[in-house]
Design a binder for this molecule. Structure first.
Ligand SMILES: Nc1ncnc2c1ncn2[C@@H]1O[C@H](COP(=O)(O)OP(=O)(O)OP(=O)(O)O)[C@@H](O)[C@H]1O
Length: 717
């Protein structure tokens, strides 16, 4: 596509749709635009006519559906082009400022992003603060009025003295005198330094100061020319009247074109993006373009080349996201992140405490053996007191009262009723001639059913659900162990070798771990990784969604920052926070709650850290699909539980159905958690497959999440 050398911005027959095929709306209809270098171009039109959309296409934030915009001879976003970047100063409609920053911090942030040196930033800062009549530079943006905030936003756009200035309604809420001053400055810089300025405004008359104006309506360019020529041509004394006249003509023309049945309907109907050129040129829309202006657009007719071409899109993506990150931008973003953190030290302290509180609660509440379990006891032998030599008393003495707390009942039915009413977890029943039956069994080797029945402790337990089952298992285990001790004691008292009642299993010294495994040692490594992973998801997603919502991300992108640079700066700053969080976590878990970490503490910290980066990438992915904080919460909470449950953190994957067990391989937590357990319980080093695979897995998930997030950010602009 050729364009005259003096063109700053050129577009021919530009079309832009929002949404997908079935729900698509056309916002820019066949727009022709040419802004020569060093000109002030006033883009005028009512609310919703597509001005902002056109500006976002010019700065490379949106791709046209048809045709191509050239800015200084190249499509925005092409490799080596400084648009987006230092060559464009963009003032969006929303203020898009960090509210906790001072005016000075805001200007220095953009200065650093544009690689300005400190001295230049200070000189520009002094000039802009005085020129735009801003309060003291140490004043917080949040303490400024709406109009003052807009002027700070304008100062940020003017800061690096860009070749192209795009100002979306810079004079809203500005005092008429200052408005005049701003226009004088814009005229000066357009003349003196050949700055090209595109400015949108609702105050149509102020656009008379522009060298050229474009009048838009419903996504169409009704006319484009010098203000004085337009006034002459339409024989009007004000641009307001010219616009009114053009709107009336456009309305009449559209109504003539429209079938009677649809005349009262919505005129801004959808135009499919595959509409052919023949149809386009025959529409009335096309007629609305000023013929004189068309002569100013010496494009080659290569529209097709750019239409719906996936290769062009892919190239843009590649140049946008896969260029080498620039150190000065990462540095600027890091300073920005640190300033945000500094402004909220209380929250930083809370961030350090959250993992500690969570791991402490986990260690205190999960995995400990149940104690003081209330049980009912019905001892038929002891209804009227214990006779001498009564063995049931000997048995009951073996049961640790710290674990099971017995309450005696004289009637079996009452004991059962008390369990049914939920007062006890079960009844232990001893039959009336227990002592004799035990003696018959152990000394006379009687094994008839009656003897076996009478010599046993009968348990009637509440097994109503899984949780209670955990208690029941504890009860059974305590009573079985106590009974075994009791039997051995009785046998010893009759000079019989007590080992006769030992089960025929010998548990030798374990190869790893302890003879009595602790649930805490199984679950804690997974919990430590999960806590950092989920925290990183939530915080990252929220930070980016808030920045996206307030237009701050968009402003950074237009300043030439890439998603990789944003993420790298975020990771570096969060590195220090996360390392402190992880150290606290490990100190609490290992030294205070005695969670076993046999392997390298350094390796454990690194693994949790890599998983933290994975959480940040996933947070970034969430922020790429969510627009509001509430959506972030829903997506984060909605995905946290499935990941946690299916990754074997709480219950071993061996306890899952085989299909689920297979699927659990594909969660971002399963293998890192397994690696962490291997380091903690087996003391394995990085050389073991399960350990390095955990690291590889967490890194691969991080990269995958990051790439998908970058693509979604690009697609959903
Ligand atoms: N992301 C989007 N998805 C769908 N429609 C959108 C999107 N952004 C804008 N629109 C629609 O596109 C049309 C043009 O919007 P645009 O913001 O470009 O208008 P505008 O002329 O800048 O308006 P204003 O002066 O009020 O800012 C509007 O109808 C708007 O609802």
């Amino acid at each position: 596509m050729n364009e005259p050398k003096d063109s700053a911005v050129c577009a021919k027959n530009a079309w832009k749709n929002y949404g997908h095929r079935c729900k698509s709306i056309t916002v820019l209809h066949d727009i022709n635009l040419r802004v020569p270098i060093g000109m002030i171009y006033g883009l005028l039109g009512s609310s919703g006519c597509g001005k902002t959309t056109l500006l976002r296409c010019i700065v490379g934030r949106l791709e046209l559906n048809r045709s191509e915009i050239l800015v200084f001879g190249k499509p925005p976003g092409s490799r080596g082009h400084e648009i987006p970047g230092r060559s464009v100063g963009f003032m969006p409609q929303e203020t898009a400022l960090y509210k906790n920053f001072t005016i000075s911090e805001m200007l220095h942030h953009f200065g650093r992003l544009h690689n300005m040196n400190r001295k230049d930033i200070l000189v520009r800062e002094e000039f802009l603060i005085s020129f735009l009549d801003l309060p003291a530079k140490s004043k917080n943006v949040s303490q400024l009025s709406g109009g003052q905030q807009r002027r700070v936003s304008l100062a940020c756009a003017l800061l690096q003295q860009p070749r192209l200035l795009i100002l979306d309604e810079p004079t809203v809420g500005v005092d008429p005198l200052l408005r005049e001053k701003i226009w004088t400055h814009l005229i000066n810089i357009s003349k003196a330094s050949k700055t090209t300025i595109i400015i949108t405004t609702h105050y149509i008359e102020e656009a008379r100061k522009a060298d050229r104006v474009g009048l838009m309506r419903n996504g169409r360019m009704l006319a484009e020319d010098e203000p004085s020529l337009l006034l002459n041509k339409y024989n009007q004394t004000s641009l307001e009247n010219v616009f009114l006249q053009l709107c009336c003509q456009d309305q009449n023309r559209l109504q003539e074109q429209m079938p009677i049945s649809t005349r009262d309907g919505d005129r801004d109907t959808d135009v499919p993006d595959d509409i052919d050129d023949q149809n386009l040129s025959s529409t009335s829309i096309h007629l609305s373009i000023n013929k004189t202006n068309q002569n100013l657009l010496p494009f080659d007719d290569q529209k097709k080349k750019f239409e719906n071409n996936p290769m062009i899109f892919a190239k843009r993506m590649a140049s946008n996201y896969f260029i080498l990150p620039k150190m000065h931008k990462i540095y600027a973003l890091m300073i920005k992140d640190v300033t945000v953190i500094k402004r909220n030290i209380g929250f930083l302290m809370f961030q350090f405490l959250i993992p500690v509180i969570q791991v402490a609660l986990f260690c205190l509440c999960i995995g400990r053996n149940p104690e003081h379990i209330p049980m009912a006891i019905y001892n038929s032998e002891a209804i009227n007191g214990f006779p001498t030599g009564n063995l049931s008393l000997q048995l009951l003495n073996k049961i640790n009262p710290e674990q099971i707390h017995f309450t005696s009942f004289n009637q079996f039915d009452k004991a059962i009723d008390a369990v049914k009413e939920g007062h006890y977890w079960g009844v232990a029943a001893i039959q009336y001639n227990f002592t004799q039956a035990i003696k018959n069994k152990l000394l006379a080797f009687q094994t008839d059913p009656t003897t076996l029945n009478q010599s046993s402790l009968h348990l009637y337990l509440d097994m109503s659900n899984g949780l209670y089952q955990q208690l029941s298992i504890t009860i059974q285990s305590v009573l079985l162990n106590s009974t075994e001790l009791f039997l051995k004691e009785v046998l010893s008292s009759y000079k019989i070798d007590p080992s006769i009642v030992d089960p025929p299993v010998i548990i030798e010294n374990p190869l790893y771990g302890n003879v009595v495994p602790k649930f805490l040692n199984f679950a804690a490594p997974g919990m430590m990784i999960s806590i950092i992973f989920f925290l990183a998801i939530g915080l990252t997603a929220l930070i980016f969604v808030v920045e996206k919502k307030e237009g701050l991300l968009e402003r950074s992108w237009i300043a030439g920052v890439t998603t990789i640079e944003i993420m790298l700066a975020h990771i570096i700053v969060k590195f220090f926070i996360q390392i402190i969080q992880i150290i606290f976590l490990i100190v609490f878990a290992d030294f205070i709650f005695k969670v076993e970490i046999k392997g390298s503490i350094f390796l454990s910290i690194m693994l949790i850290f890599v998983q933290g980066i994975c959480g940040m990438s996933y947070g970034l992915l969430i922020s790429s699909v969510c627009e509001q904080e509430i959506e972030v919460m829903e997506v984060a909470i909605g995905s946290i539980f499935p990941i946690l449950l299916s990754s074997g953190v709480i219950w071993p994957v061996e306890g899952m159905p085989s299909a689920m067990r297979f699927l659990s391989n594909f969660t971002p937590l399963t293998h890192p958690v397994e690696a962490m357990r291997c380091i903690a319980s087996r003391g394995w080093s990085f050389g073991y497959f399960k350990v390095w695979f955990g690291f590889v897995n967490a890194s691969a998930w991080s990269l995958g999440f990051f790439i998908i997030a970058a693509i979604l950010f690009a697609l959903r602009k």
